[in-house]
Design a protein around this ligand. Structure first.
Ligand code: FES
Length: 69
């Protein structure tokens, strides 16, 4: 789905950036994709998608205790 119409940014774009570039703040997202830098209407939605994407990546990280075994 489109998150930012001004810059044609989708939730997939945001999720990809979190995975490939380690983006985890709205400021970084804005710098990379221009999200929330024009009309600003997408800010809240972008923040929600960003938080979900960051949580997904964190939940996929292996438990450090299992790596040592
Ligand atoms: Fe994202 Fe306008 S919809 S800046």
């Amino acid at each position: 789905m489109y998150v930012c119409l001004c810059h044609s940014v989708t939730d997939t774009d945001i999720r990809r950036l979190v995975r490939t570039e380690g983006v985890c703040t709205l400021r970084e997202l804005s710098r990379e994709l221009g999200v929330a830098t024009q009309c600003g209407k997408c800010g809240r939605c972008a923040k929600e998608v960003l938080r979900e994407a960051v949580d997904e990546v964190r939940n996929e990280m292996p438990c450090p205790g299992l790596m040592a075994a």
